[in-house]
Write a protein that binds this ligand. Structure first.
Ligand code: SF4
Length: 497
């Protein structure tokens, strides 16, 4: 067996171990939300709690907060939603002037408490606490390098590997900034990080800036700084948006204020375009506008490209609603609600009965029969991944009496999996990777189906198309992916290219 075959075998074993633990999601799932706070006051943990509460949509499996109090660290993390994991009494024990918070949905490492973040390690200079949003693509190589250097791991996450790499550089004698920058040279992939140390708070984005990270300030004396995946987490605690952390930038917040280090010679802008289409909250601001406004414009463009005669335009709650409103504005077909979402479903750890499973989507969405009966309906959603949810929704609308159902999608077909921190399974699971639009329409049972064109998406986005990662629509991956990792998700022909 060649060395390469051995690596392939090891990788297959790893994949086999991990895959049963992955959930087959109906939507693309954001992997994580990160939050960091530098605030010399008592309520550091409580502000972080509310920041995480606003970032709940970015990860619903586990939540955690670590606070640094000089050389002491306090941490609480567990499986569940933010409101389930923390009580007031828990927060009161998390003292210190630096806090790191995290909400998680696993993409590497299984869904278990040990893998919850922040990752906390002790070093020569005291503790470090790290929260990560994204996904490294060179974890096999990185693990080998660090293992050879004598490092041990407590979890199976790439996030711990980044923390271990930094801790190792510190223990070799470097100071925090130098150690972090050295460690990042070993990392390839997507990483937006909030890192707490005894002396300061660090915010970092990878050289392509795939995942977002913003800086906020809480006015006062002294000014308190906030790092968060999205601006909605600043709003909830009354912080003002200062600016984005730039791709390849490290910001270092200490008692002396905020300093910035650009540690990459030629950073690129490759923000995940799906953050704008779906992942980030509609009230978060990117490129100077709320994502709600952007998504309404996607719907307006969709209407210009593919309207059809109908009595009602409706969105799939909640993510399809802004685009449905835009669609209705252009076509002047009345906008209405035909599906009501149970907003309190959350993640349940109680398995539904078989009979309930057969009821399909009704735990999450229910139909308004009197709105739908005998209507020709245009239903707008942001994307189709596997098509299973769309099929259930269409069936529910038909059962409620809709006469015609025309589905419109406010993004282009998702044909490629993500390697940068979004939970997509292999390409074979993506319905648009192997089927034509007409075939997908037949599979989900609609009278017609149309997607927003790729060109239409670019027009609406109004930014340089090269400043986004759009690989799940185009297959053009901005960070090269090791062959072995490609083969774990891409169709054989694609993996060869
Ligand atoms: S592959 Fe798709 S989901 Fe992943 S970062 Fe790129 S655009 Fe976003």
């Amino acid at each position: 067996m060649t060395a390469n075959d051995q690596i392939l075998n090891a990788h297959q074993q790893l994949t086999d171990t991990i895959n049963p633990l992955y959930r087959f999601s109906e939507k693309l799932e954001e992997a994580c939300g990160v939050f960091g706070l530098y605030a010399p006051e008592k309520s550091v943990a409580k502000l972080t709690y509310f920041g995480l509460y606003a970032l709940q949509h970015r990860g619903q499996e586990s939540a955690g907060i670590a606070t640094l109090d000089g050389n002491r660290v306090h941490i609480h993390k567990d499986m569940g939603l933010v409101a389930q994991v923390f009580k007031e009494s828990t927060l009161n024990k998390l003292t210190g002037k630096i806090a790191i918070g995290h909400t998680r949905y696993s993409t590497t490492g299984s869904s278990q408490k040990a893998n919850a973040q922040p990752a906390v390690l002790n070093t020569r200079l005291g503790h470090l606490a790290l929260a990560h949003n994204g996904n490294l693509v060179n974890t096999l190589e990185l693990r080998q390098i660090l293992t050879k250097r004598g490092c041990n791991f407590n979890t199976s996450t790439d996030s711990e590997m980044i923390a271990v790499a930094i801790a190792q550089e510190v223990d070799k004698g470097k100071e925090w900034l130098e150690a972090a920058i050295s460690a990042f040279q070993l990392c390839s992939g997507a990483y937006s990080l909030a890192i707490g140390t005894p002396v300061g708070l660090m915010g970092v984005r990878d050289p392509n800036g795939i995942r977002p990270l913003v800086i906020g300030i809480l006015e006062g004396d002294p000014v308190r700084y906030v790092l968060a995946s999205e601006t909605c987490a600043l709003d909830i605690i009354g912080a003002d948006y200062l600016r984005d952390v730039e791709p390849g930038e490290l910001v270092w917040i200490t008692e002396n204020g905020l300093s910035s280090f650009h540690w990459v010679i030629q950073p690129k802008r490759k923000l995940c375009i799906f953050e704008m289409i779906y992942f980030s909250r509609p009230d978060s601001i990117m490129h100077g506008e709320t994502l709600y406004s952007y998504r309404v414009r996607l719907g307006r463009q969709l209407a210009r490209e593919s309207t059809v005669e109908a009595d009602l335009v409706m969105g799939v709650p909640d993510s399809g609603i802004p685009a449905a409103i835009g669609f209705s504005q252009v076509t002047e077909i009345p906008y209405g609600e035909g599906l009501i979402k149970n907003r309190y479903v959350g993640r349940t750890f109680i398995q539904p009965t078989q009979q309930m499973r057969e009821l399909g989507i009704k735990m999450k969405l229910n139909t308004l029969k009197d709105v739908l009966v005998d209507k020709r309906v245009i239903i707008v959603d942001d994307s189709i991944v596997r098509g299973t949810t769309s099929r259930k929704i269409v069936k529910a609308l038909r059962d409620a009496g809709a006469k015609e159902i025309h589905m419109r999608i406010s993004s282009a077909p998702v044909t490629h999996p993500c390697f940068y921190g979004i939970d997509t399974d292999s390409q074979t699971q993506l319905v648009a990777a192997t089927k034509s639009v007409a075939d997908i329409g037949r599979q989900i049972g609609v009278d017609s189906l149309a997607y927003l064109s790729w060109q239409g998406m670019l027009e609406v986005t109004e930014e340089d198309p090269n400043s986004f990662c759009s690989a799940c629509f185009t297959g053009d991956y901005p960070i090269s992916i090791p062959e072995i990792v490609k083969r774990s998700k891409l169709l054989v022909e694609e993996a060869k290219t």
